[in-house]
Design a protein around this ligand. Structure first.
Ligand SMILES: [Zn+2]
Length: 250
């Protein structure tokens, strides 16, 4: 059985297509996507308590570059600055995208599983699938690591996976893909993308979305943000993705 499985895959490379796009939970089934060419992201200045010297934030920047360097049309992930904001709902700034390491208390209060490494949450229009805001939260009770050799849970590895969600990718069945949902200890295979991930992001943004060209949607301002009024008008739904630590299942 194993041999026939391998032969099938080697003869039919198109079966290797494993990536998927995040979808609206609802009737429309629309694929999630950004309309902006730049997704502006704030980084919480505290980073992880486990990493010193700002190397945790540098690893986030590296992971952004991994996706930005894919040579096809897709939104660019742009760091716009550091923030002290820890509020997921961004008081006064409803469309602020930001990344934060959560303390044990914060993680518990949010009701997240402690086996989860990180959570990416997207706010989107359930009709069109247009994404308006995203946050990425890291579980600071994990043993975070930067650089090589990897001595714990690698920030770059985890962030590359989460930025895939941020930009519109769902999980892949390809165990070598960055968007594969499981990871083992000291994993760094997800740091860089493989062809499955690249095919995914390029396919998702290969054609224009109708809702991105509608007048008045505010989608061509390149700011990645919308007004308070627009947020109030739209029925926005959260979609939460989790990268869980399941050593041995990789
Ligand atoms: Zn995931």
């Amino acid at each position: 059985m194993r041999l026939s499985f391998i032969i099938l895959w080697s003869l039919c490379p198109f079966f290797l297509l494993s990536w998927t796009q995040e979808r609206v939970n609802g009737d429309s089934g629309a694929g999630l996507h950004w309309c902006t060419s730049r997704v502006n992201i704030w980084l919480n200045e505290d980073g992880s308590s486990k990493i010193s010297g700002g190397k945790d934030l540098d690893a986030l920047r590296t992971a952004m570059d991994v996706w930005n360097s894919v040579e096809c049309n897709h939104p660019e992930l742009v760091e716009v600055g550091l923030t002290q904001d820890r509020d997921k709902h961004g008081k006064g700034t409803p469309a602020r995208n930001f990344i934060v390491w959560r303390t044990r208390d914060e993680w518990e209060q949010a009701g997240y599983s402690f086996s989860a490494l990180a959570m990416t949450t997207l706010w989107y229009d359930p009709g069109s699938g247009r994404v308006y805001k995203g946050t990425m939260e890291f579980n600071d009770t994990q043993n975070w690591s930067v650089g090589t050799p990897v001595t714990g849970t690698d920030v770059w590895n985890t962030a590359s996976h989460e930025f895939g969600h941020f930009i519109g990718m769902d999980h892949s069945k390809d165990p070598n893909a960055t968007m594969y949902p499981y990871t083992g200890g000291h994993d760094m295979v997800k740091r860089d993308l493989n062809n499955d991930d690249i095919n995914g992001i390029c396919s998702i943004y290969s054609k224009p979305y109708k809702d991105c060209s509608d007048n008045g949607c505010g989608c061509t301002n390149g700011s990645g943000s919308i007004s308070m009024g627009m947020v109030a008008l739209l029925l926005l739904i959260l979609l939460v993705f989790v990268l869980r630590s399941k050593a041995g299942e990789y």
